[in-house]
Each structure stands twice: as C-alpha cells, then as structure tokens.
Design a protein around this ligand. Structure first.
Ligand code: TPP
Ligand code: MG
Length: 190
C-alpha cells in the first residue's frame, strides 16, 4: 500500500484533529490532500514529531493528537517511545509510516529493512496499544479503533517505498508555525 492512500483514507478523521507530521514526503503528501490550520509539518527536527505531539497532548488534554511519523525518523529517537509510555498521556495516536527507507533523503534502507520491528519496540517500551497494518483497509480500521480506544497508540503502517519527495511545499515554514500555534491557543481557551 502507498502512504498517500492511507492518508486519503483517514483524512476525514484528521480534519478536526491536531496533527503533527515529520518533514519530507509525508508532509508534502498530507498537504497535497488539503492543508488545514490544525496541521503542523515539523521541518528539520528529524525524530521529534512525537515529542512535539507529547507536548501538545499534555497541554491540550481534551484533544486527541495525531502524529504522522516515518520509520527513519522514529529510529533516530527511539527513546521517545519510552518517554511516551511513561508520560501517562493517553491522547496520542502515533502513526509510523514504515517504508523501510530514508526516502526523503535519497532512499537508503533503514534498520526496518533488515530486522527491526517498530511495533515490537513500541510494545516493549510500554506503549499500551500497538498495531500494524499492511493494507489500506487494515490501516483505516486500526486508525479508527486507535482514535476510539482512548489509549496511547502506536500504529505501524507498512507502506511501499514510494511517494512525493522532491518538490517543496508552497506553505511557508513560519506561516505554518504561527497559524498552527494560533489554532492550538484557540483550543486551549475553550
Ligand atoms: C537531524 C536530521 N538528520 C537528517 C536529516 C535529513 N533527512 C530529511 S528527511 C530524511 C529521511 C526521513 O526518513 P523517514 O522518517 O523514514 O521518512 P521517509 O522519507 O521515508 O518518508 C532525512 C535523513 C534531517 N532533516 N534532520
Ligand atoms: Mg521511511
């Protein structure tokens, strides 16, 4: 399955959520489906999308935070899984698009192309709810159940090594930052 198909399948459920993506192909793909003020595309800080997600989850406890991450990015900051598990935050769905590649930086293989099982790492780190998906239908079902569960979830989506990664987005980095920040402030005031 392709990541953009997964994103299209769950886009209606993302529309009203606070969403943080890691940089690169996933950010461009989500933006190509439709940008919203509640979407933040974290640039440059590889590995830290879930850390930003945790900060949001702690400060916006009424919201369900969706993090859209990559395998290479998560592998740079595996400690985030233990931090998430021990934070007590239950309002995060951490989706990891595992394409076994650092696709956005030239398509070299990550450790998941060999033997690393990120769902297994998440489970062993103490994440209470983990799942894997290998088809769009499985992904859609697992994502919906993660949102419904009210549990901290890591969902690993095994996707093809394909995607849009060589064109810049037309949304300015600062514009995205301030728009998203204002959106979160408005949620906090409710
Ligand atoms: C700290 C840091 N190191 C390296 C990079 C360069 N870089 C940008 S995207 C990327 C690959 C990301 O891989 P992954 O998270 O698996 O996402 P994919 O591109 O496969 O969708 C790399 C290495 C960066 N932006 N920041
Ligand atoms: Mg990858």
């Amino acid at each position: 399955m392709n990541r953009i198909e997964c994103l299209r399948a769950v886009y209606p459920q993302l529309e009203k959520r606070v969403v943080v993506t890691i940089m690169g192909a996933v950010a461009i793909e989500l933006q190509s489906i439709g940008h919203r003020p509640n979407f933040f595309y974290l640039q440059h800080a590889m590995g830290l999308a879930s850390s930003i997600g945790l900060g949001l989850a702690v400060s916006l406890q009424e919201q369900r935070i969706v993090v859209l991450d990559g395998d290479g990015s998560l592998l740079m900051n595996l400690g985030t899984l233990s931090t998430l598990a021990h934070s007590g935050a239950s309002n995060i769905v951490h989706v990891v698009f595992d394409n076994q590649s650092y696709l956005s930086a030239g398509d070299s293989p990550t450790a998941t192309a060999q033997s690393t099982d990120l769902e297994g790492v998440a489970r062993a780190s103490g994440i209470p709810h983990t799942a894997s998906a290998r088809s769009v239908e499985e992904f859609q079902t697992a994502f919906a159940s993660a949102l419904d569960s009210g549990k901290l979830t890591v969902l690993v989506a095994h996707v093809d090594t394909s995607g849009v990664y060589d064109r810049p987005t037309d949304l300015g980095l600062l514009e995205n930052r301030f728009q998203f920040s204002r959106h979160c402030q408005s949620l906090a005031r409710r």
